[in-house]
Ligand binder design. Structure first.
Ligand SMILES: *Cc1c(COP(=O)(O)O)cnc(C)c1O
Length: 384
């Protein structure tokens, strides 16, 4: 196998992804399907390289946000069910049909275009209808005109309505219930018109775990596949799949009063030992972690000091005298073994966990672990 050519890399544990999907399946039972959300390069972890694990562990559909994400997967996996949850412009719908991708729609106009394309390609494109129950992002507005349009769509001969979905704002239990009730009402109306839809779905990760009564035919988990926990149910335990790592590039001693990094915003209050690490904000680590972030070296925490540069940052290792150049550094992991967790980083950076992991850039190689061994290295720059 090739070598990892960069000291900073993201380790992705495929066993943990498999474990999480199996736990999700166990939780929802065999009557509820899973659309595994692999958008944003599978929350930074490499959609192409985790897709087989996700499918083999029992996901029914792979869901992405954008056409190009769907095409990236389709180029390699000819048989997977791939759903685009976002909008695809009219002029690009031909790619959807050509590549047998399932498209989300929320207008009769788009249904008609897909219907024509279906006839042209002698195919029956599948669609999921997006219905807006209050989020006000995408979807048919909740009104009788929309229902008439959906009924009209159902009469088109060359497309199949495979699914219909909505999305929770997750404001509170009351508004969740209002959204769900709106959705159920329209589903009932459609059913009364003889329109039977295979996958009706509204739950993301949090709703899928915490609100079993809303699971319908399918849930759309993203975060929980990767073991990122924002739900409340403490009995549901998952394993985080990602660990962000690097190695020490350089170690130097500095004297009390010396500054470190741009503008000398950190100054040594004692004679100190400083290590330089080869990761920065261009790898997706938040720049506002200055003087807040910590990394873990040999099980001990070292604080990030001074301005985080684009490609490098410095940590104070005065209290880790055994550290040497080349030593492994955990930038973040699951919080065990004295590591910073993705949760902690997201709080300190004042964002959410999904943003922390989805912002990891192409420059960071992904290293895939299965059965405790490295099974694949993906470097988007040198061996894509
Ligand atoms: C991103 C997304 C999801 C998955 O969200 P998680 O919170 O990561 O589970 C589900 N549904 C839609 C429509 C999404 O955009």
């Amino acid at each position: 196998m090739q070598k990892v050519l960069r000291d900073t890399f993201l380790e992705v544990n495929l066993d943990n992804i498999e474990y999480n999907i199996k736990k999700i399946k166990e939780m929802i039972g065999k009557d509820v399907a899973i659309a595994a959300v692999l958008k944003a390069n599978a929350y930074g972890q490499g959609a192409v390289d985790i897709a087989p694990t996700v499918i083999e562990s029992g996901a029914d559909i792979i869901a992405v946000a954008a056409l190009t994400e769907a095409l990236e997967l389709r180029r390699i996996y000819k048989d997977y069910n791939i759903l685009i949850m976002g909008y695809t412009s009219n002029s690009n719908l031909e790619y959807v049909v050509e590549n047998n991708i399932i498209q989300t729609i929320f207008s009769y106009e788009q249904a008609e275009i897909l219907n024509k394309l279906g006839s042209k390609y002698n195919k029956k494109p599948k669609v999921h209808i997006k219905y807006d129950t209050g989020f006000n992002r995408l979807g048919f507005k909740d009104c009788s005109k929309s229902i008439d349009e959906i009924i009209k769509i159902s009469k088109l001969k060359n497309i199949e309505i495979e699914g219909m979905f909505s999305h929770f704002a997750l404001k509170d239990q009351q508004t969740n219930k209002e959204q769900y009730d709106k959705f159920l009402k329209v589903l009932n109306k459609l059913e009364n018109e003889g329109i039977n839809i295979k996958y009706k779905h509204i739950c993301d990760s949090i709703a899928g775990v915490d609100y079993p009564q809303y699971r319908l035919d399918m849930i759309r988990p993203g975060a929980i596949i990767y073991g990122l926990k924002s739900y409340k149910n403490n009995n549901f335990k998952l394993k985080q799949s990602m660990t962000f790592k690097t190695r020490i590039s350089y170690i130097k001693k500095i004297q009390i009063g010396e500054g470190v990094s741009y503008d000398y915003l950190w100054e040594a209050k004692r004679d100190s030992v400083v290590a330089t690490l080869p990761f920065g904000y261009a790898d997706g680590y938040p720049r506002n972690m200055r003087d807040k972030g910590k990394v873990t070296i040999n099980g001990k925490q070292a604080p990030i000091i001074g301005v985080i540069c684009m490609d490098q940052c410095m940590v104070d290792i005065t209290d880790i005298p055994e550290a040497k150049v080349g030593d492994e550094v955990i930038i973040y992991s699951d919080g065990n073994n004295n590591t910073m967790s993705v949760q902690q980083i997201s709080e300190l950076a004042e964002t959410n966990k999904n943003e922390i992991v989805s912002r990891i850039t192409r420059r960071t190689p992904r290293v895939y672990i299965k059965d405790g061994k490295v099974v694949k290295i993906r470097d988007y720059l040198v061996n894509n």
